[in-house]
Design a protein around this ligand. Structure first.
Ligand code: ATP
Ligand code: MG
Length: 440
């Protein structure tokens, strides 16, 4: 990439140098040609003004200008006098382009290449009052000879400019590439690298992706630590009670109690493992099951009957409001949402409390509302209860067997169903969780 850029920049520079040189040469030679022609014209016009122009007056004049050949012709194109040759040896000139043009239009010009290519002869002919022709000619360098004399300086200039361009191209390429290399070497601090505006969107994307990666790695690490910790507690208890029994340190009554503890803790372990598995299943999003039409009202009443025993135990009463309302989704996911919300509404309720489940709908949403008259959640905790393993009151939650994963699962499922979650709670008064499912 660096080499390619370098090469391209240098090539462009060399190409433009050569083009410019050629253009300068063409313009320069054209000016030179015009100048020679002008000179010939001036001399010819001046001489043609001489009255009764004869070979003698031409001969006189000839000594004053050098390098110029003057030819005098009669009406038929025969040479009367020529400054450079004996007129009697010269053939009829009437056919020469500049002479023919002069007979016809009063003046004519022509440029002819000499045999060696290095010289051109410029001709200018003018018609005289007596019908004869005066022709002035001059040998001058051809474009090739000018080019030839320019070649050494051209080479030097091109060479110097090329080196200069190569150095600048190298510098430019470096300043283009350097920030990218710097950033690649140290992604952590890529925000501190001095760059240019065009790179900013690229940096921002990489930066946010990098942050996401770090964040999710941290979350995963935290989760693993939490899982180990959560598993450790019931396992320690199980191992402790089992050891007591094994050592024969428990009498008959104790053994029953210890076995009960072992049972309770292993149930908790199983619940934990189930919840963790469910979360990782939701994380990997492999459950691409076909969507079904689900009756939210029916699902809610099934959930209530499932939790009836627990409600009675906590002295909490259920009420279901609404009518048959359909949403699209996975039946297991809907059941999990309902179960977790209702379970919380019972567990974090007060003795004699109430739980109201209402199902409503508007044009955009089907709305499920689970409202309890329980202990409520403080504002500080409201932001955290959807986190994995987060429990407001660890001891109370543990007593009720909570793992702190229920609402994390609810949030995850809601996201997958494109549903919005809303939490309203007042400490000591109660909690309402509302879910807005999208209309079909
Ligand atoms: P799990 O549901 O996995 O058995 P859990 O109930 O402790 O365990 P979540 O359902 O995620 O976990 O709830 C997290 C915490 O939020 C609970 O421990 C509780 O402190 C608080 N909480 C949840 N629902 C309510 C509610 N309706 N009223 C008061 N506090 C609640
Ligand atoms: Mg719960």
């Amino acid at each position: 990439m660096k080499k390619k850029l370098n090469f391209q920049l240098t090539s462009i520079a060399i190409l433009s140098i050569l083009l410019t040189m050629t253009l300068i040469l063409i313009v320069y030679y054209d000016l030179f040609r015009q100048q020679v022609m002008e000179e010939l014209k001036t001399v010819a016009r001046m001489l043609s003004n001489v009255e009764n122009l004869s070979e003698y007056s031409v001969r006189d004049y000839d000594t004053e200008v050098d390098n110029m050949r003057i030819t005098l012709l009669d009406k038929e194109g025969n040479v009367i006098y020529d400054t450079d040759a004996d007129a009697s040896f010269l053939d009829n000139h009437a056919g020469r382009p500049e002479i023919a043009a002069a007979y016809e239009h009063g003046e004519g010009e022509a440029i002819r290449m000499s045999d060696t290519l290095s010289e051109n002869t410029f001709y200018y002919a003018i018609c005289l009052n007596d019908g004869g022709i005066l022709r002035v000619a001059k040998e001058a360098r051809s474009i090739f000879s000018v080019l030839g004399s320019m070649v050494p300086s051209l080479i030097v200039i091109t060479f110097t400019l090329t080196i200069l361009c190569a150095v600048i191209a190298r510098f430019l390429t470096k300043s283009l590439i350097q920030p990218i290399e710097d950033m690649a070497n140290d992604i952590e601090h890529m925000g501190e690298v001095k760059t240019y505006t065009e790179l900013e969107p690229f940096i921002n994307t990489i930066n946010s992706q990098h942050e996401d990666i770090i964040k999710s790695a941290k979350l995963r690490q935290e989760f693993t630590a939490n899982v180990s910790h959560e598993l450790k507690t019931p396992l320690t208890a199980i191992s402790g009670y089992a050891e007591l029994i094994a050592n024969g340190m428990a009498n008959g009554e104790d053994t029953v109690r210890f076995a009960g503890e072992i049972h309770r803790n292993s149930t908790r372990l199983l619940t934990l493992i189930n919840d963790i598995l469910r979360l990782s299943e939701l994380d990997s999003q492999t459950s691409e099951r076909p969507l079904e039409d689900l009756d939210l009202y029916e699902a809610a009443s099934t959930c209530i009957s499932m939790l009836e025993l627990s409600a009675t135990k906590h002295n909490v009463t259920f009420h279901l409001y609404g009518q048959r309302t359909f949403i699209q989704g996975d039946p297991q996911m809907l059941e999990e949402i309902l179960y977790n919300l209702c379970d919380n509404a019972i567990r974090y309720n007060v003795d004699g409390g109430k739980v109201d489940i209402s199902i409503k709908e508007n044009e955009e949403h089907v709305i499920l509302m689970v409202q309890d008259t329980g202990i409520g959640i403080s504002e500080k905790d409201q932001q955290r209860i959807f986190e994995r393993f987060y429990r407001v009151d660890k001891s109370r939650s543990k007593k009720t067997g909570g793992t702190g994963l229920g609402l994390a699962i609810v949030k995850h499922i809601a996201e997958q169903m494109n549903a919005k979650l809303q939490l309203d709670s007042t400490l000591g008064k109660g909690t309402t969780i509302t879910i807005f499912f999208p209309q079909k």
